[in-house]
Design a protein. Structure first.
Lengths: 510, 430
């Protein structure tokens, strides 16, 4: 086949006190899609930062050989100059600028500093066509969804004459449909001769598109598998250092009376006042039950949950909430919390954590009265609580005084969960509880969910990963365009059934 | 490929656990930052002690220093909370000026009868200050108008009202002595003075031994009690933590820290005692500092302010009423601005149109020198206080040295920039 385009040899990168990478080797051939997998904290992102020059040459040991020549990148500019473009998990687009402005940001078609908008927009249209995005180049980034933003990032990479495209968890926040489209696009690029490195947690995606897979664990290369050897089991075994027969913990549901009942819940869009986002939803959840809400991105699941949780989303909210048969007032977050409702956000960095504070302070934030008397915090009690939850949810950190901003995604999620567990809710709404976290941490989250259900909590799980819903819930509601379009017992649900309910737009309750 | 049922998978442990040493290092750096600031203050004081040939630490000058800078520090306490909550308040200098003018009018010009009593006037003024804070905070908290804009407007409005109230360029005074005591008074010596070495006078009327140095014993007593309490509570807190098996700080560090702080405090107290005793305004300041340290470190409302500054959305979704909290932060700022205004007026003995002019910048600089983050969520009361004293000592020292006011500003600007650069550098390294 083709020649080796990139070789990273014995890369070792040390941070003060931590060896993030030790003698990592990665060899990528021209024109292939090479997946790099590993748990959070395994060192994938660090490796890519070394490659793209974020960590300048000299701050690490080892060699990067690109197209037969050893490179010493001092910054992203150097690597981009060679055609190596990295697209980070957190998109780097300016929300209030247009698609065209973003694509050519810092690289505008201009003469004497005067921008030639026609040229920019013509080129943008061409690029957007390549990535299959049907949007006006003048559309502001803030007005398009995450999936489309990802495509804009890729178009931006294309504009830089990319030869080696690195995608860091590109589908982490995309719906199933958008993810598929993105993967198809990668395959299309491959046909055009662009080499890609795909960092992903989603093994089915890797399975689908990758020609080779390199597995990294604890800052070391474990192995590189060729296409014929790729199997999910093999990858998981290498990732976690042991095999994983069951991805969901076993559970014996003990379901009691109805705890939370929502009747005829309707919500309008916070800005576009005439747009009804949630259209008369009725759901209920019982004691000890795990209820899933399935649906595509944009179905209104998060909006529903947040509007329920102290009107944190939308306006002109109508409907009734009953807790154990009695109507309750959930018009503010503190009232909702008082009534025993907790909402664990899908976006832990923006809505869940104070990233510049440590674990201890984050865990007690939603229930400060629980560690204080007369509004004076008892430091020791707080410390005991934090250590207790650190142990219960298995947060891996040196101590509870570690900044949450320095934790891996899985551990951050456990901190957010701990915060809400300490608030001692009866109803726990978990919005995409395993988004962007690795296989091992996912299992731990599932275990916590199972334990909470066995303790008699009523749990609602919103997830875009259908296998996850099928694996951990007792009952699934299917939501589409602000409506519940299906309800089924998890035991006789399947991905096909859920998809069918969504597509049909109306489902029959079973 | 594996046939036996696997145990629950454990996630990768590489990153988070191995950060242990890094955490220790970063904890040390944070501590260094904290101590570094105090060390910087001491270094600056020693520097000026030399360049002013010993004038800086003279009891008279120490009293002056406190009286000149107390209003900055009082307002910095409020500003710290404002900045930690992610806002800014540019109006504090103008509010202080306005309140000073209002107080003077109430005490001197307007025929208010018994209401013109300094104490009554002061209380009314503090309430009005709170009202001003509420008025500004309302727009910031409930209408999400950027605090920079709201308080910029406030800065113009209240400076204007201040000048209008005083009838253009004139000043109003003199203010009653009872009121002036707030700034220039000293605590009464209820114990009575102690003459350290009674002067022995020979037949010719010349003192042969003894300087006749008398000490303000109430001051000494307050100082000693305060230092003992500081050491006792520090030790007790340490012991409880140890009993529960939590202690991070090495004992030696604790001892050194306590000893150095106590020695410094006792030295200053002794200096005050050889003069007229503790200035009243220093007592007011001390109580306020202790209160704000307690509120920020130990009380739920303090914790909530930091959480709000760190991530307002997350705080709100944790059930914190961020709007109300923001409003309260600005009410607090308003009250302290008013107190600052009263202190300025009391020191000058009259209300002048330019009172507090530009002091908002000194106050904000004190908070940033003290290590607060412009992004919110980070900052310490003690930092802001020390930052305020650094500014004050530099002002005072450079004035004694005869440095031109223009160049004093240049130096202060450089110190502010340097402190923040040092912070950012530390953060990136840690």
């Amino acid at each position: 086949m083709a020649s080796t385009i990139l070789e990273m040899r014995d890369i070792t990168k040390t941070f003060p006190g931590v060896k993030a990478l030790s003698n990592v080797n990665l060899s990528v051939e021209e024109g292939e899609i090479h997946a790099v997998v590993g748990e959070n904290g395994a060192g994938k992102s660090t490796l890519m930062k070394v490659l793209s020059g974020v960590y300048a040459s000299g701050t690490y040991d080892g060699a990067i050989v690109y197209r037969g020549e050893e490179c010493h990148f001092k910054g992203i500019h150097d690597s981009e100059h060679k055609g190596i473009v990295i697209i980070h998990q957190e998109l780097a687009l300016v929300p209030m600028l247009s698609i065209a402005e973003n694509i050519f940001l810092g690289n505008e078609h201009a003469r004497f500093g005067i921008i030639d908008w026609n040229a920019n927009e013509t080129r943008t249209s061409a690029l957007l066509k390549k990535v299959g995005l049907k949007e006006d180049p003048k559309t502001l980034i803030t007005n398009i969804g995450v999936g489309k933003q990802q495509l804009v990032e890729i178009a931006k990479a294309l504009s830089k004459e990319v030869q080696l495209l690195i995608l860091d968890e590109p589908t982490a926040s995309l719906s199933e449909k958008d993810s598929q489209a993105l993967l198809d696009l990668l395959l299309e690029f491959k046909r055009q001769g662009i080499t890609s490195i795909l960092i992903s947690h989603k093994l089915n995606e890797v399975n689908r598109v990758a020609d080779k897979v390199t597995i990294i664990r604890d800052g070391r290369t474990i192995e590189t598998l060729a296409k014929k050897d790729i199997s999910e089991d093999r990858i998981i075994t290498s990732m976690v250092g042991r095999s994983l027969d069951d991805r969901y913990p076993p559970r014996e549901p003990k379901i009691g009376e109805v705890v939370l009942q929502v009747k005829n819940w309707s919500v309008y869009h916070p800005i576009h006042a005439e747009r009804q986002v949630i259209k008369g939803i009725d759901i209920n959840v019982r004691k000890g039950e795990v209820v899933g809400i399935a649906g595509l991105m944009g179905a209104g699941r998060t909006e529903f949950a947040m509007s329920l949780f102290g009107r944190s989303y939308g306006r002109r909210i109508t409907g009734e909430v009953l807790l154990k048969g009695k109507p309750i007032d959930v018009s503010s977050v503190s009232k909702a919390v008082e009534h025993g409702i907790a909402y664990v956000t899908e976006d832990r960095k923006t809505y869940g954590l104070n990233l510049i504070d440590h674990i201890k302070h984050n865990i007690t934030l939603a229930n400060l009265p629980g560690v204080s008397r007369h509004a004076v915090i008892d430091d020791l009690r707080e410390l005991a609580v934090a250590n207790d939850y650190k142990a219960k949810t298995n947060i891996r950190s040196s101590s509870v005084y570690q900044m949450t901003g320095n934790l891996s995604g899985g551990n951050q999620q456990k901190v957010v969960l701990s915060k809400w567990l300490f608030a001692n809710p009866e109803v726990l709404i978990l919005d995409e509880p395993t988004r962007g976290i690795d296989v091992g941490a996912k299992y731990e989250i599932y275990t916590i969910i199972a334990r909470l259900a066995s303790e008699g909590k009523a749990i609602i799980v919103i997830s875009s990963e259908m296998p996850e819903l099928l694996g951990i819930t007792d009952r699934i509601y299917v939501m589409n365009e602000g409506r519940i379009v299906g309800e089924m017992a998890a035991s006789d649900a399947s991905q096909e059934k859920i998809m069918r309910a969504i597509v049909r737009g109306e489902g029959k309750a079973s | 490929m594996t046939t036996e049922s696997a145990p629950a998978p454990k996630s990768g442990v590489a990153e988070d656990v191995q950060q242990g040493p890094r955490v220790a290092v970063s904890a040390l750096i944070t501590n260094l930052r904290e101590y570094g600031l105090i060390l910087a203050l001491i270094a600056i004081m020693v520097f000026f002690q030399f360049t002013t040939s010993g004038t800086l630490f003279k009891p008279v000058n120490l009293s002056n220093l406190v009286q000149q800078n107390s209003f900055i520090i009082v307002m910095a306490l409020g500003m710290l909370l404002v900045i930690v909550s992610g806002h800014i308040d540019l109006s504090v200098g103008s509010v202080a000026g306005f309140i000073g003018a209002l107080a003077a009018m109430m005490m001197v010009i307007w025929p208010l009868g018994p209401l013109s009593n300094p104490l009554v006037v002061s209380i009314i003024c503090l309430i009005i200050g709170g009202g001003i804070g509420a008025a500004q905070g309302y727009w910031i908290a409930y209408h999400r108008i950027p605090s920079f804009i709201v308080t910029l407007a406030g800065m113009l409005i209240f400076r204007g009202i201040c000048q209008a109230l005083l009838g253009g360029g004139s000043s109003v005074g003199p203010l009653p002595d009872g009121f002036k005591a707030l700034s220039s008074g000293f605590i009464p010596d209820v114990i009575g003075p102690l003459t350290l070495i009674p002067p022995t006078v020979n037949a010719a009327g010349k003192t042969i031994i003894g300087s006749g140095l008398t000490l303000h014993m109430t001051t000494i007593l307050i100082g000693v009690v305060a230092v003992l309490a500081y050491a006792y509570f520090g030790l007790r807190a340490r012991r409880t933590r140890e009993q529960h098996g939590y202690e991070a700080e090495p004992f030696a560090l604790f001892v050194v820290k306590t000893l150095v702080t106590s020695a410094l405090a006792l030295f200053l107290v002794y200096q005050f005692a050889t003069y007229k005793g503790l200035p009243i305004v220093l007592m007011v300041m001390g109580v306020l500092i202790a209160l704000f340290v307690f509120v920020t470190k130990r009380m739920t409302i303090g914790r909530r302010i930091y959480a709000m500054g760190g991530n307002a959305k997350a705080a709100q979704l944790s059930g914190i009423k961020t709007e109300r909290l923001t409003l309260m932060v600005f009410v607090n700022m308003g009250v302290l601005s008013a107190l600052g205004g009263l202190i300025i007026a009391a020191r000058l003995g009259q209300a002048v149109p330019a009172a507090g002019l530009g002091s908002e910048l000194d106050v904000i600089a004190a908070v940033f020198i003290g290590g607060a983050s412009a992004m919110g969520g980070v900052g310490q009361v003690i930092g802001a206080v020390v930052g305020g004293f650094i500014m004050g000592v530099m002002n005072n020292g450079m004035s004694i040295m005869g440095v031109n006011v223009d160049w004093q500003q240049v130096v202060k600007g450089l110190v502010l920039l340097g402190a923040v650069v040092f912070d950012v550098y530390n953060k990136n390294k840690g």
